[in-house]
Design a protein around this ligand. Structure first.
Ligand code: AMP
Length: 473
């Protein structure tokens, strides 16, 4: 982990609690686990481990907002393994769902690392290889913990090889990625095969409306803990913001800034939704210098977008929060938050992508009146007021509105969304009300694309080909 993330990640919101945080001794772990932790050289629990242990061990539903690198895997594995009694029953008692094959393998390895002295049967299941029958046989041999990607798990469940009614604890790791990859239906199908009486444990690096919706729909009074970046932003990142009336004025302002190619030489532009990502890409003057990345794009497209940005073929990369999270980028000159993030921590993740390795970085935020409250929540999290820049006279403010802006006029008296730092840990119920409102207004992304482009977008797309052609010249 680089020093930026180290400084920021391992702080918790409720700083008063830090003195009374439990140690591994306080966990009263069984001897085998305690010895293994000591053999691994783990001296004390990380904040997410401290926050989650007793809740998960107590059998409560739990939501942990924590990034990779914070020790979140062991945060759920430790109480699960502490509670798991020896059994030779055939059907599994613990199910861990993860979005990718790589993560499944990693989780299985963490379990094996923790259990050299405990008899636990663990099996990783994922697709992409022709091993369905071998996996079926392995399941039939009897397992305690299954770690799986949703699709393969579901296929095995409906083939009757795997009985999910015996599951007592369900963990969903990297829920945000899972939902961004469109696994919601798969998850719902799996839930139908699970017993209603079970413990649900969710881990997500970022909070998104989709994650919130899943929590509201499927968890029972979960206890939520957020371990995230907070505190003073690093000095090598300068921040500024612009108050902007609407989407198309944001486009005008962005075009104006991007004209200075020398200054803005590697620019990461964050947008709030896939729809805005596509819309901005289509309207930007610098489209032919721009790559796009969001979860609606296939893996090959995403990989090539990142490569183009990294090797300088594209000067600009438009990205949504979740999908850009795992990408390690070098020397980003500017991070522009075209949309103000709904969850303040996401802003910290965003700006952390500039100013790496002690280089000077620049972060610019655009916010509308509707986004003002989100901006204030971010400022309160950082304990820093982002300096406001004057609107450049030469930039035109647009009167054209997007369909969403037309549909929902700005109402200053609208009830405030509460997500200040102290409220983050307990904001479930307020947000679920907000979500139910948003559900009605949300338009299907595919539908919007279909209406906008009249035909499906082809993946090996025109822009990519154009760029390759230009490169060859
Ligand atoms: P994760 O956030 O789960 O990806 O974990 C990141 C890394 O931290 C993994 O290699 C873990 O084995 C390691 N780790 C987890 N908990 C601790 C701890 N309490 N002390 C030291 N390392 C840890």
């Amino acid at each position: 982990m680089d020093s930026f993330r180290q400084n920021w990640c391992l702080s918790i919101h409720d700083k008063d609690k830090i003195c009374s945080m439990p140690t591994f001794e306080d966990f009263k772990l069984k001897k085998q686990l305690k010895n293994t932790l000591s053999d691994l050289g783990f001296e004390k629990p990380t904040p997410i481990q401290q926050e989650s242990y007793s809740t998960i061990l107590g059998g409560f539903d739990f939501v942990g907002i924590a990034q990779t690198g914070t020790g979140k895997t062991i945060a759920y594995l430790l109480p699960i393994l502490q509670d798991l009694k020896f059994s030779d029953q055939q059907h599994p008692r613990v199910l861990v769902l993860a979005p990718t094959r790589e993560l499944v393998i990693q989780i299985v390895e963490e379990i094996e690392k923790l259990t050299p002295n405990i008899t636990v049967r663990v099996l990783g299941l994922y697709g992409g290889t022709n091993n369905f029958n071998a996996q079926k046989q392995a399941v039939l041999q009897g397992q305690d913990i299954i770690v799986a990607t949703p699709r393969r798990l579901y296929d095995l469940a409906i083939s009757n090889a795997l009985r999910l009614k015996s599951i007592k604890k369900l963990v969903i790791d990297e829920v945000d990625i899972m939902l961004d990859f469109g696994y919601k239906t798969q998850l719902k199908n799996i839930f139908e095969h699970l017993p209603t009486k079970r413990q649900n444990i969710l881990f997500s690096a970022t909070m998104t409306d989709y994650v919130d919706e899943l929590i509201t729909d499927f968890l029972v009074n979960p206890i939520r803990k957020t371990i995230s970046i907070s505190g003073t932003p690093p000095e090598n990142i300068s921040q500024e913001c612009y108050a902007v009336p609407n989407f198309y004025s944001k486009v005008n302002l962005l075009n104006h800034l991007l004209e200075d190619k020398k200054e803005f030489h590697k620019v990461l532009v964050f947008v709030g939704t896939q729809l805005n990502a596509v819309r901005l890409f289509e309207t930007l003057d610098f489209k032919y210098e721009t790559s796009l990345i969001h979860a609606g794009k296939e893996q090959n497209y995403r990989t090539s977008s990142i490569e183009d940005f990294e090797n300088g073929t594209s000067r600009i990369l438009i990205a949504t929060d979740v999908i850009s999270r795992g990408i390690d980028m070098e020397k980003v000159s500017h991070v522009i938050s075209f949309d103000t993030p709904s969850y303040p921590e996401n802003y910290m993740h965003r700006i952390g992508r500039t100013g790496r390795a002690e280089e000077q970085g620049k972060a610019i935020l655009f916010y509308t009146e509707k986004e003002l409250e989100q901006k204030e929540a971010m400022e309160s999290l950082m304990n820093y007021t982002i300096p406001l820049k004057e609107w450049p006279e030469e930039v035109k403010k647009a009167s054209q509105l997007t369909d969403e802006e037309k549909a929902k006029p700005l109402l200053p008296e609208e009830p405030a969304r509460k997500n200040t730092i102290s409220e983050i840990n307990s904001a479930f119920h307020e947000k679920s009300a907000k979500n139910s409102k948003e559900k009605v207004e949300r338009v299907s992304y595919q539908q919007v694309l279909k209406e906008r482009f009249k035909k499906p977008i082809r993946r090996g797309d025109k822009i990519q080909n154009m760029k390759k052609k230009n490169k060859k010249k």
